[in-house]
Design a protein around this ligand. Structure first.
Ligand code: PLP
Length: 419
């Protein structure tokens, strides 16, 4: 494999530079990071650097929840930590089906529910970098006193008709966790639009929440150095068979921790993530934000290149952007035809051996499948499209380190396996 399989785009030198800036400038860097981030989204409203995307979501929900409204609409096909954040705020997730096309939502069910139930908020994820057009939904929600929270964990730099994803609804959250548009091994951003400003009291509460938990630059430096070491280990492992017993045991353990049984246990035991929003990450975030447009355009270009290779090959459908939508692709998501579903496992193994991190990664199960027994989680009717996506959706990498030859090899593997 002649390419770097890990898409995080910073190195030890960046960490050294960010550390120097963090020790020299202090807290002020966090404000600068927040302003620079907000400027990327068009500048309105406010941005608060928070420990994680899920912490941002909880903080947004905490500012809007009322006794009379305890439901939050959220797609069943989404990261389960989103549902968990809703539950932890004492609210009830109402699981929504996906639309017929990959990445879309069942808008009709969504609008119907907003009209008929006391819904506090709708969480709309712009999955894999494709922004959803939520203009009508936002208007409908506003008429019924429901807030729209955009989950931009996968989407930084996308837009709908000239408005940035993250500035379309009332609030938005971003994540700087692993395999996100900008990844710093943790941290997130909570953005509120000028229409739904976070009240000054809430903003200062959130700032003190963050400041009370902010790791010191020393702690962050150690964490981020460990993170880089972990990425280096990952880099070495991709495409390689396990060599030692310890490695084999480690991989088995990691498989088990993703198994259904283990997830059921960890759901109960899950702890809040450690605080990750400190001055050093703000310094690193500023540097990465500056570098990001080049990365974004390379990823988007790679997505289109791969899509063109797979078009008409009979391997399934990829997500695509409609008129007026500017995507900020993070991955390509291929929906494999039902009849070829049994070939996904072999395809995944084959791609892995070639150094491509691919397969049913995000997510192999929907939230209702994860939480069969959770009493506070309700399904808004059957969820056939969400289940199909979890069963037949394959993540394909399109990151900035892949060149045309790599994408040709990736497409060839997919076509040979599924064509
Ligand atoms: C779609 C989506 N939303 C939200 C999150 C939560 O972000 P964080 O891990 O920063 O809490 C994730 C995370 O992994 C995600 O994939």
């Amino acid at each position: 494999m002649g390419f770097d399989s890990i898409e995080e785009f910073w190195t030890r030198e960046d960490l050294v530079r960010a550390s120097a800036a963090a020790y020299a400038s202090g807290e002020d860097l966090i404000r600068r990071f927040e302003s620079a981030f907000l400027a990327r989204l068009g500048g309105g409203g406010s941005a608060l650097f928070v420990p994680s995307g899920r912490a941002g979501l909880r903080l947004a929900l905490a500012t809007i929840k009322t006794r009379a409204r305890d439901r939050v609409l959220v797609p069943a096909f989404c990261c389960d930590v989103v549902g968990e954040a809703i539950l932890r705020e004492g609210l009830r997730p109402l699981l929504l089906d996906s639309g017929a096309t990959v990445g879309s939502l069942d808008w009709n069910a969504c609008a119907r529910t907003i009209r008929t139930e006391k819904v506090a908020a709708v969480v709309v994820p712009h999955l894999f970098g494709l922004p959803l057009d939520i203009k009508e939904l936002t208007q409908e929600a506003r008429r019924h006193g429901t807030f729209v929270i955009e989950d931009c964990a996968h989407c930084l730099g996308g837009a709908v008709d000239g408005t940035a994803a993250g500035a379309l609804g009332d609030f938005s959250i971003f994540s700087f966790n692993v395999e996100k548009p900008i990844s710093m091994g943790g941290g997130g951003m909570l953005v509120s639009s000028p229409r739904a400003p976070i009240a000054p009291g809430d903003a200062s509460r959130i700032r003190s929440y963050r400041e009370a938990r902010a790791p010191s630059p020393d702690v962050e430096r150690t964490e981020l150095a460990a993170w880089l070491t972990q990425q280096e280990r990952r880099r070495r492992h991709v495409g390689q068979p396990a060599r030692t017993t310890a490695e084999r045991a480690g991989r088995l353990l990691s498989k088990l921790t993703h198994s259904r049984v283990a997830l059921a246990v960890t759901d109960v035991l899950a702890r809040e993530p450690e605080p990750r929003a400190g001055v050093l990450r703000a310094a690193l975030g500023l540097a990465l934000l500056e570098r990001y447009p080049v990365v974004q355009s390379r990823r988007s270009r790679n997505h289109d290149y791969l899509a063109a290779r797979l078009l008409d090959a009979g391997v399934g459908t990829l997500m695509s952007a409609g008129r007026g939508i500017v995507p900020a692709w993070l991955k390509a998501k291929l929906l494999v035809p039902e009849a070829k579903g049994d070939r996904i496992r072999a395809l995944t193994r084959r791609l892995w051996r070639r150094g491509f991190i691919a397969g049913r990664i995000t997510w192999p199960r929907t939230m209702d499948q994860e939480w069969r027994l959770a009493l506070r989680v309700a399904r808004l009717g059957p969820l056939p499209n969400a289940h199909r996506l979890a069963r037949l959706g394959v993540d394909l990498p399109i990151h900035q380190n892949l060149r045309d030859g790599d994408l040709d090899a990736l497409a060839a593997c997919v076509i040979e396996s599924l064509g």
